[in-house]
Design a protein around this ligand. Structure first.
Ligand code: ADP
Ligand code: ADP
Ligand code: ZN
Length: 215
């Protein structure tokens, strides 16, 4: 099963992705996580990406296309994959289609998680991350112990781009560059809309209902 999670920043893609990959045993492919890892390791790619990311801009398409092409060629993707945060532009979606066609694969479904702007801002400004990849919300999804990860006991932190200025920019960037993908995948009859305004378990139930049709 080859799935794309589409939705604005803060929609809950990462949160739902963790649950989906646990249930369906497919790899979670987050370009945001991979880019942050490159930044932490000061790789040439990370160095190129970091100034874009801290401002809430998209990194140039060639960077994200390079990492996704490499990642999708690994053997663990042969039984399926979950893309989170890729594609974010039409050229990225076209590149994805080329990469998959070359290896005789295709996207089965695009889950479009819809959430209102006001709620997105609340979610992003309260988000706290752990270096293990877990994400929390100080009010909506708090860790058991203040600022400590439930899973690995690491100290939680706030992402640079979850500060107010960058949040607003990311929502504008989403509308301009990523939202056109809804029409792109609607035309291909791949879009399924998920009401992301509900609580985390209910959204996951709705997602499972849809994925059952493709499993
Ligand atoms: P995305 O990957 O789409 O940017 P995340 O999964 O990181 O979104 O979620 C953004 C923030 O909102 C996190 O702090 C997360 O804990 C919180 N969150 C996720 N889903 C919900 C929900 N359904 N209701 C309330 N808060 C949520
Ligand atoms: P969120 O969870 O808030 O949606 P991500 O972790 O997916 O954010 O992405 C964080 C940042 O990484 C983006 O604002 C952008 O700068 C960069 N990024 C991630 N994926 C892509 C992509 N496919 N194309 C361009 N930039 C990307
Ligand atoms: Zn952790």
């Amino acid at each position: 099963m080859n799935v794309i999670l589409l939705g604005p920043p803060g929609a809950g893609k990462g949160t739902q992705a963790k649950k989906i990959v646990e249930s369906y045993s497919i790899p979670h492919i987050s370009t945001g996580d991979m880019l942050r890892e490159n930044i932490n390791n000061s790789t040439p790619l990370g160095i190129k990406a970091s100034s874009y990311m801290s401002k809430g801009e998209l990194v140039p398409d060639e960077l994200s296309i390079t990492i996704i092409k490499d990642r999708l060629s690994r053997t663990d993707c042969s039984k399926g994959f979950l893309l989170d945060g890729y594609p974010r532009t039409i050229p990225q979606a076209d590149a994805l289609q080329m990469i998959l066609t070359e290896s005789d694969r295709k996207i089965d479904v695009v889950l479009n998680i819809e959430v209102y702007d006001e709620e997105l801002i609340k979610r992003l400004s309260g988000r706290r991350m752990c270096k293990c990849g877990a994400s929390y919300h100080m009010i909506f999804n708090p860790p058991e112990n203040d600022e400590i990860c439930d899973l690995c006991k690491g100290k939680l932190f706030q992402r640079d781009d979850d500060k107010e200025e960058a949040i607003r920019n990311r929502l504008t960037v989403y509308k301009k560059q990523t939202q056109p993908l809804i029409e792109y995948y609607t035309k291909k009859k791949l879009i399924r809309t998920i009401n992301g305004g509900q609580d985390i378990p209910q959204i996951f139930k709705d997602i499972k209902k849809v994925l059952k049709e493709y499993d």
